[in-house]
Design a protein around this ligand. Structure first.
Ligand code: UTP
Length: 416
């Protein structure tokens, strides 16, 4: 322990982060060890470069941006049945697994607890997790299979998520047989001076590393290996906060298989040219998603010969990957984006600081930043009212909130 302590001290001196040990003496022996190991695990060079990036303006680079081709699910005519047939066969053969990303903090919604446990106010009072589990089970039944379900949590919400599932008897799934949980990666949070924060527990204040952490976590936690053992070839990855997410879609699978692509994504058409969503495009010839802040008004409004927006296919976090693609993406580091957030911490005098405005940076990778890793992908446009009912904000925001999601859900399932 003494050797470790000396090693840690010298690292902290080098990176000017000595405050991290200010209160080590108040920790019990076990926590002391955890803290030292946490510090040894931190890549301070990475932290320094992430901090430097927070000071830079967003660079508008000279990437060549072009529209991306897509298929409209409801304009496929006779090909619809063709793709559906291929996809149905693959699902019946047990080739599909579903992954739900539930590691986010859900700060905008403001629910105390994992977002998946949230009740959007249906008469049934079912949680998001239950709504997702029901649709997955129903879809599986159609093909005579149980679709294995993988749930990504974060260190922060893992215990509570597991307790919730235990209480609900895993909604009929069998733990470690057809439902699996894994914890995503984390990065330390830093203040505006680049100092790593200490959390209330006296340990390093870490935050989940974004939905882009999914690939690495799936691989590192052994989940892709598990999928291979189950003979799975295709992995649908979606968020926990879309109560209409359609995780099992034979047409999407058929398109991916027939077109021999390793990633097939769903899109919905933008509600209007200036809707603040990321849209699919080709960036320097490779698949990508371009943020609304990155395209000019002219580009946002440009239309093709049929009057369709050239950049109109919104990314809705509904994507199907081959296992090979997940593994390839998991092996390639993604860029981190910084977000300025409110974070409680212990200051160098040992006081708990509870800020009422943002005070710290958190770093997140975005799932779509990995799309450039593949040579080609297929985009399938689906209907907003059938597949997209996001729960992002609290009700007072009026958009993408529990009441709008509930309305869409009730309409789709004809509950009212
Ligand atoms: P969002 O980007 O909307 O983030 O996540 P969020 O954490 O739910 O909400 P805010 O931004 O704090 O208000 C989209 C999906 O990605 C998952 C979320 O759980 C959600 O299903 N996600 C996000 C993770 O699993 N891990 C992360 O680190 C971030």
């Amino acid at each position: 322990m003494n050797n470790t302590l000396e090693e840690v001290k010298s690292i902290l001196r080098k990176y000017n982060q000595e405050h991290l040990l200010n209160h080590i003496d108040s920790l019990d022996e076990n926590k002391k060890k955890v803290l030292l190991n946490q510090i040894l695990d931190i890549d301070f060079e990475l932290i320094n470069s992430l901090y430097a990036n927070t000071k830079k303006d967003i660079e508008f680079n000279n990437d060549k941006i072009e529209p991306m081709e897509y298929l409209d699910k409801y304009k496929l005519n006779e090909e619809f049945k063709y793709y559906e047939g291929i996809g149905k066969q693959a699902i019946k053969n047990g080739k599909l697994a579903a992954v739900t990303m539930a590691g986010g903090q859900g700060t905008r919604l403001g629910h105390l607890g994992p977002k998946g446990t949230y009740d959007i106010g249906l008469d049934s009072h079912k949680s998001l997790f239950e709504l997702l589990s029901e649709s997955l089970k129903e879809e599986g039944k159609k093909y005579g299979v149980t679709i294995p379900w993988f749930i990504m949590t974060s260190r922060e919400n893992n215990e509570e998520t597991l307790k919730f599932f235990e209480k609900n008897k895993f909604f009929g799934y069998r733990k470690d047989k057809d439902i699996f949980f894994f914890i995503q990666g984390e990065l330390p949070m830093i203040d505006t001076e680049g100092k790593v924060l200490v959390g209330e527990d006296g340990l390093i204040k870490q935050a989940a590393d974004g939905h882009g952490g999914i690939y690495e976590s799936l691989v590192k936690s052994g989940m892709t290996e598990k999928m291979r053992q189950l003979d799975v070839e295709w992995v649908f990855i979606g968020g926990v906060d879309n109560c209409l997410v359609k995780m099992v879609d034979p047409v999407l699978m058929g398109v991916a298989i027939d077109k021999n692509v390793t990633v097939a994504c769903k899109s919905i058409v933008k509600a209007n040219p200036h809707e603040k969503v990321g849209v699919f495009c080709k960036r320097n010839g490779r698949p990508s998603v371009i943020e609304y802040s990155e395209i000019s008004s002219d580009m946002a409004e440009a239309v093709d010969a049929n009057g369709e927006l050239l950049y109109g296919e919104s990314h809705i976090l509904c994507n199907l990957f081959s296992i090979d693609a997940v593994e390839r993406m998991g092996a390639t580091p993604l860029p981190y984006h910084s977000a300025y957030k409110k974070a409680k911490y212990i200051d160098s005098e040992g006081n708990l600081i509870v800020p009422d405005s943002p005070n710290a940076y958190k770093f997140e990778a975005f799932l779509f930043d990995a799309f450039g890793e593949v040579d080609d992908m297929a985009i399938l446009r689906v209907k907003r009212e059938e597949e997209f009912a996001p729960v992002k904000n609290a009700d007072d925001a009026g958009v993408d909130c529990p009441s709008t999601a509930r309305d869409l859900y009730e309409k789709f399932y004809k509950l009212k």
